[in-house]
Write a protein that binds this ligand. Structure first.
Ligand SMILES: *Cc1c(COP(=O)(O)O)cnc(C)c1O
Length: 368
């Protein structure tokens, strides 16, 4: 087996870049007020919407300089009006973070919380919506990266569509690798980032917003910088109200070209699934179990139970010596679990080498 000489990031973003995307960072300097930049931005916007052909024509991509959280907060701040009301459904860190954001922006909200090990509470969502017709939005996370659970948005979306309540989704760790059904889910907007399943460089994030929203109601933003309407107005021509991250934009354009050439999100989903399944199977052979039911995971990331006598630090440091970076559990889960994501420019040889290292580091494992 050849030794790899590059860092392999198995954390949920940022990801291992392809050489092609890395090289794009070195293109010529460009002023963000010049037409060449506007062309670049218009191309990125069009490619982002085209990742899911269903979105073409009906949704507009708004590109922001900032990490995924920036896009999520801009979406919530701009689209939930002061007279509106949000039902926030949580089962992990990122859902809970959205509830905090909506509180900070002083919008009306009700939170339906489940433990991090559980699916979202769909019955409670239905009950809330049945009892109170003033809800304008349901807010949820598509892939809850805390545990790796792919939430059942088909179910949540059906609840939204049948009551004509708009859905706002955090798709930060699913966009580009999991299916998103815009009309079936009554999706008003979803937020995502350049540097997870799209394999770009960190620094740009974006929101896909239903075009009719901009035409039918004013902005609700309680922030100047995060006002999607302000960006939208100028980005129709490819410009932005504030300095954009030019080099990161070059890299995102290249990453989007690469995704399209490789066969789009479905091909990427298959690749992730294969890698993730290989890791799961090999860990199972040495007695390591998944934290959730195997079928509840996304293709992007799985969480595993730490076996008796092994700390996260030990396994992390062991793998890091061979340039593989895994990720700790979050919140209360850092002593109980570890996580392996498989986004980025990673191939079968990398996964095989990872599995050999995991086998060496863990030996034979058991739990209580
Ligand atoms: C990574 C992630 C975020 C936050 O992204 P940052 O780029 O760290 O700001 C938000 N939501 C989900 C589901 C994520 O996985």
């Amino acid at each position: 087996m050849t030794i790899n000489h590059r860092n392999i990031l198995l954390n949920p973003g940022p990801v291992t870049l392809s050489e092609r995307v890395r090289q794009a960072l070195l293109r010529e300097d460009l002023c963000h007020r010049e037409p060449e930049f506007a062309q670049l931005m218009l191309d990125i916007k069009s490619r982002l919407v085209s990742v899911y052909p269903e979105a073409v024509g009906n949704y507009e991509a708004i590109v922001l300089t900032g990490s995924g959280t920036c896009a999520v907060e801009a979406m919530l701040s701009s689209l939930i009006s002061q007279s509106g009301k949000a039902l926030i459904v949580t089962n992990g860190v990122y859902g809970e973070r959205m509830a905090k954001m909506v509180k900070i922006h002083q919008k009306n909200l009700v939170v339906v919380t489940s433990s991090w090990e559980e699916p979202m509470n769909y019955d409670a969502v239905e009950q809330c919506l049945n009892q109170d017709s003033s809800f304008t939005h349901v807010v949820a996370v598509h892939h809850e990266t805390t545990t790796g659970r792919l939430n059942d948005i088909a179910k949540l979306g059906e609840i939204c569509r049948s009551r004509n309540v708009a859905l706002l989704l955090d798709c930060v760790s699913s966009f580009g690798a999991e299916n998103i059904k815009f009309s079936e889910w009554n999706l008003e907007a979803c937020a995502a980032t350049a540097n997870k399943c799209l394999h770009g460089v960190p620094g740009l994030s974006f929101v896909l917003v239903k075009k009719s929203v901009f035409e039918s109601r004013p902005t609700a933003a309680s922030s100047l910088y995060l006002d999607l309407y302000g960006y939208h107005k100028q980005q129709l021509e490819g410009y932005s109200p504030f300095t954009q991250s030019v080099q990161v934009s070059y890299a995102l354009q290249e990453a989007l070209k690469e995704l399209a050439e490789q066969g789009g999100w479905e091909t990427r989903q298959n690749l992730y699934r294969n890698h993730s399944q290989t890791i799961q199977n090999r860990l199972a052979l040495i007695g390591i179990e998944t934290f959730l039911e195997p079928l509840s995971y996304s293709c992007v990331l799985k969480s595993y139970k730490l076996p008796l006598g092994y700390s996260y630090e030990y396994i992390h440091d062991y793998l890091k010596k061979s340039k593989f970076i895994i990720y700790a559990g979050q919140g209360g889960l850092e002593k109980k679990t570890f996580r392996i994501a498989n986004m980025g420019n990673i191939n079968n040889d990398d996964i095989e080498y990872l599995c050999l290292l995991l086998e060496k580091s863990f030996k034979r494992c058991q739990y209580d």
